[in-house]
Write a protein that binds this ligand. Structure first.
Ligand SMILES: [Zn+2]
Length: 768
């Protein structure tokens, strides 16, 4: 899913964020405390202990198991009354080592029950501003009755099974204990009122058009098995409306009976295309399977518009779909649909990229949707594994951004005259890339969305950024006038307003999605940006990409946990990233470092003040120190500078060094050795609590530059301040920390030496 709800609030936060509060203690910790709060200590306390199910490497262990749920369903859509009727047979396989006495089934539509408790957990008081539709549904309308009406729960012999419903969860009692390796089949019959998703929100429902017809995007429409696994037992945490789902894999055989003039698509292979497509549509579809460079329109806009002018068919048609090993099933149906498709090569296979939209989506949808689907399949397959399904469908549904296996709903609609802004266009392309991308996370790499929003949204938003940039390169016409695709999330600088914001409204990424403030920044932007920082700055693309692919491939068609991700990234790269996971995922700390001081030094035979002080403190006779034949670094502006240097020029090798060289190297070797002329000490301070690499750029008097990246481990002894030393043949005239804004440093006004004239920070952030 994509969130836009918090955008307004994030904008407000930007202005508050400028007065960032540093809450951490500023004094230097004692050695013992230093050990306990050391930001480089391992995550042993935070991580669960590796076991037979999940290995310390981050891979599935030798005893890893997962449950299976196979579904057969007959679904009827009553378009006139916007009502759905369903009958399903679930075959549940217990692969766990545990014996089960009951099964838990999810009844997501019950968030739309008349007496739902969902609204009762919102404690924000009176909303200062509301959309009229929200005002009407909250204060004026009779509550909508959209919960499941469960008519029957039967075993395979037709006997009623006892069950209990607790809000969105249903416990089905088993007639006898289901042992390891055993299967149990049971039937559920249900129906419910379909909601208007434009008026009342929701990820499933219909849009009502002025001509009296509707477009349906239907999901969470059937009682769905919960996940049972080694980390949660039953994942039967209630569905409150925002946090998403946890679902086991299985095969789906679904018959969808709808009015005969509807165009339908769904998760899975269409088994009876010849019965439901017209001859012309079949011919166009065949053409599309051979068209790799542009989409072929299968059902045209005039054809859809003609149907929309008629009263609507009363006869029905049944569309038969079968999907092997998916975690869910979604479908769409309307007589007002235009459809196009093209073939995409993924590995040695052809995948169909498909778009379905009402005429209201044009001209935008016809132009870009299917290309966006195609780019997603290519970019994500490169970053993870080859897309394993035979199709990916993007359906246009107003205000929607929601994903299911092989099919997703996306927003982005021109105005009534067909005009649209860049914001609408890029919003549409981005949401398509995002939702189609969800096929990889969490539809195939099947994490628990209910518990860990970032595991699908964060990882997906990260790859979305990569795919958006690819899209900009491959379709220059789409980004005309811009240097690159205008990605909203990914680059480090874009997360600064959130990181610098009021700590009262920030939660660690490792929080349950339901419980976090600023959901979009917390679960989408911040993890995506963190991965981008790892890839571009900490690990480098080669190491990162190999490790990211390793994680993705290890957990394809399985259920990973956060540790499986963290461990795999380290296991495949030989990088200890515990410090990064700890800071970025487990805390709300931010990065802020700056240049405190830059000092120039010269090398001298004359004893410097520091040595004199040391000798005095320790009672060492000066004569004895002189015998040691040391050379001394003298600070340019120190009191003893003139005396120590005694007319020597920078770079002049002092006698002590000269003697050493003569004794140890041949004249030929000495000729190749060059003494640096300038010595600098650069003191970097770090008011921010995060540790990050120090990226430092030196500009020399001749205009050349040199960039050095000190790994984050440079902060392992002192979390507040470090001293860097730089010897150079050329005089340094400028120093900049993090010149390309790669580390989400929240205050860059102290990142340059000599200090740059102050710029208005709000202006700067606005421009980014
Ligand atoms: Zn999403």
């Amino acid at each position: 899913m994509k969130t836009i709800k918090f955008l307004f609030f994030s904008l407000l936060m930007i202005s508050f964020g400028l007065q960032a509060q540093e809450t951490e203690q500023q004094e230097e910790p004692k050695a013992e405390e230093h050990y306990n709060i050391n930001k480089f200590r391992q995550l042993y306390q935070e991580f669960s202990t590796p076991n037979q199910y999940r290995s310390a490497s981050g891979a599935p262990g030798p005893a890893y198991y997962q449950q299976r749920a196979d579904y057969k369903m007959d679904i009827k859509l009553d378009d006139a009354n916007h009502h759905i009727y369903g009958y399903e047979t679930i075959t549940y396989t217990n692969n766990s080592p545990d014996a089960l006495d009951y099964l838990w089934v999810q009844l997501d539509q019950n968030v739309r029950q008349k007496d739902t408790k969902s609204a009762l957990i919102e404690g924000g008081g009176v909303n200062p501003f509301m959309r009229p539709s929200d005002f009407a549904s909250q204060y004026m309308k009779e509550p909508f009755d959209g919960g499941f009406n469960i008519k029957k729960v039967l075993d395979s012999k037709g006997n009623a099974l006892p069950y209990m419903i607790n809000q969105t969860m249903m416990r089905v009692e088993l007639p006898k204990t289901l042992k390891t390796g055993e299967k149990f089949s049971f039937d559920i019959e249900w129906d419910y009122n379909i909601n208007n998703h434009v008026d009342g929100r929701g990820r499933s429902g219909y849009e009502q058009f002025p001509d009296g017809h509707r477009a349906y995007v239907i999901a969470q429409f059937y009682p769905r098995m919960c996940v049972y696994n080694d980390v949660e037992g039953w994942q039967n945490s209630q569905f409150w409306g925002r946090d998403e789902f946890a679902l086991p894999f299985g095969t789906f055989e679904v018959n969808l009976t709808v009015p005969e003039d509807h165009w339908v698509d769904a998760t899975g292979k269409l088994e009876n295309r010849k019965d439901v497509y017209s001859k012309t549509e079949l011919k166009r579809y065949e053409q599309a399977t051979k068209s790799y460079d542009k989409p072929v329109i299968i059902r045209t806009q005039p054809e859809a518009e003609k149907l929309a002018m008629m009263p609507g068919a009363t006869k029905t048609k049944t569309w038969e779909f079968k999907a092997d090993y998916v975690r869910d099933f979604g479908w769409t149906s309307s007589r007002r649909y235009v459809a196009d498709a093209m073939a995409v090569k993924v590995g040695d296979k052809d995948v169909m990229a498909v778009s379905i939209y009402p005429p209201e989506g044009n001209p935008l949808w016809e132009q870009w949707s299917t290309y966006a689907v195609a780019q997603t399949l290519k970019s994500y397959s490169r970053m993870t594994f080859d897309y394993p399904y035979h199709k990916a469908i993007s359906v246009h549904a107003k205000n929607q951004g929601m994903e299911y296996p092989m099919i997703c709903w996306n927003y982005g609609r021109p105005d009534a005259e067909g005009n649209y802004t860049d914001r609408t266009k890029f919003g549409m392309i981005s949401v398509i890339i995002h939702e189609v991308g969800h096929n990889f996370f969490p539809m195939i790499v099947n994490s628990d969305e209910r518990q860990w929003t970032w595991m699908d949204e964060g990882l997906n938003t990260f790859v979305q950024y990569v795919a958006e940039q690819d899209f900009g390169e491959n379709y220059p016409a789409a980004i005309e006038g811009l240097d690159a695709y205008p990605s909203r999330r990914g680059p480090a600088a874009k997360i600064v307003p959130y990181m610098a914001g009021d700590q009262r409204y920030i939660a660690p990424i490792m929080s349950k999605g339901l419980n976090t403030y600023q959901f979009g920044s917390n679960a989408y932007s911040k993890p995506a940006t963190g991965l981008n920082i790892l890839r571009e700055t900490v690990m480098g693309r080669d190491l990162f990409d190999y490790a990211f692919r390793t994680y993705s491939q290890r957990w394809m068609f399985k259920h990973p946990t956060p540790e499986d991700f963290f461990r795999s990234m380290e296991d495949a790269s030989a990088m200890d990233l515990d410090w990064f996971w700890r800071g970025w995922f487990y805390t709300t700390r931010f990065n802020d470092m700056g240049l405190k001081e830059v000092s120039k030094y010269y090398v001298s035979n004359e004893m410097n003040q520091a040595m004199k002080d040391y000798a005095k403190e320790n009672g060492i006779p000066v004569e004895r120190i002189k015998e040691a034949g040391l050379v001394y670094m003298v600070k340019e502006d120190s009191e003893d500078f003139d005396a120590a240097l005694k007319g020597k020029q920078p770079g002049e090798v002092v006698s002590g060094i000269d003697d050493y060289l003569k004794e140890n190297f041949t004249a030929e070797e000495r000729a190749r050795m060059k003494a640096p002329k300038y010595f600098y000490e650069i003191t970097v301070e770090k008011p921010g609590g995060l540790v990050m690499p120090i990226i430092i750029e030196y500009t020399f008097a001749d205009g050349t530059k040199e960039r050095v990246t000190h790994p984050a481990e440079i902060w392992r002894y002192n979390d507040k301040k470090v001293g860097l030393s730089k010897a150079s043949d050329k005089e340094i005239v400028g120093i900049t920390i993090d010149p390309d804004l790669e580390t989400a440093d929240i205050d860059v006004s102290n990142n340059s030496w000599p200090q740059q004239p102050k710029v208005d920070k709000f202006e700067e952030m606005r421009k980014q």
